[in-house]
Design a protein around this ligand. Structure first.
Ligand SMILES: [Zn+2]
Length: 271
């Protein structure tokens, strides 16, 4: 939530924070319960020193639960202050329905829900449209029949976060990757298939430096090999230019010092 200021936060931001606090409080309360039971058992078994050692941990968990409670208060107040907003919950079982309230009479005390905080404050029509056949008929009685026949596209905040991470990873991978223009593999004669931009740049320098070495040795004898190395380097340049939407001349100029460095470091010393 932006800078701990509920008054400027969106309903989704406030509810996501509330959901986090609810989960943290539940965890702390479970800890209190488990440790308190253990405490009682140890007292009964005359292990008073062990029981005493547990007390700070119980107190800590109790404090955490009450901190969560306190942090929720201004968020609940903001909800009331704005006159409330739409909220949606998904029942967590196969074919679980989307509800506008956990108090829906088709649900039970034991029903497990995922709070769809990304939909907080959104139009109910939008919620129903996403939920399709998963929309609870009790909660959304006005949902049109054609919408009810559609499969659900609802995702939990956890699924959305995973999707986002996956997309980020794909993006990072794509940023590092290289292909020939049009997406075909970048195939070269002397450097094989090049898949990353890093190796494309390295191979470009290697090919041109080596071609220079071949020329130094014997131009006439190596004519064909020199041409092949230049051809490979040119394929790489074309791929780099297409990827970055730059001109080949521009890239050639950028890479020239690296080719020169490669030559000085490596092939110029060869006999
Ligand atoms: Zn319902």
């Amino acid at each position: 939530m932006p800078a701990d200021n509920p008054t400027t936060a969106t309903p989704s931001e406030i509810d996501a924070e509330l959901a986090r606090l609810h989960a943290e409080r539940a965890k702390a309360e479970a800890t209190v319960e488990t440790l308190t039971k253990r405490h009682t058992r140890w007292l009964r078994e005359s292990a008073a020193d062990l029981a005493t050692a547990l007390e700070p941990r119980i107190e800590q968990a109790r404090q955490r639960a009450s901190d969560c409670e306190a942090a929720m208060q201004p968020l609940d107040e903001e909800f009331d202050h704005r006159g409330g907003w739409t909220r949606a919950w998904l029942v967590l079982n196969t074919g679980g329905h989307v509800h506008r309230s956990m108090l829906c009479r088709t649900c039970f005390e034991s029903t497990k829900f995922a709070w769809l905080t990304q939909l907080s404050g959104h139009d109910e029509a939008e919620v129903v449209d996403l939920a399709g056949k998963a929309a609870c008929t009790e909660c959304y009685p006005s949902a049109p029949v054609e919408v009810r026949n559609r499969p659900s596209r609802i995702k939990t905040p956890e699924q959305l976060a995973r999707d986002e991470q996956k997309a980020e990873r794909a993006k990072a991978k794509a940023a590092k990757a290289i292909t020939a223009p049009g997406g075909l593999p970048l195939r070269t004669t002397h450097s094989g298939v090049i898949t990353t931009e890093f190796s494309a740049r390295r191979e470009y320098c290697e090919l041109l430096s080596y071609a220079r070495y071949l020329a130094k040795r014997n131009v006439a004898h190596n004519r064909e090999a020199i041409a092949e190395h230049h051809e490979d380097a040119s394929l790489i340049l074309t791929a780099l230019a297409a990827k970055h939407d730059r001109t080949e001349d521009d890239l050639r100029e950028e890479l020239a010092p690296k080719v020169e460095a490669r030559w000085k470091r490596e092939h110029s010393n060869w006999g």
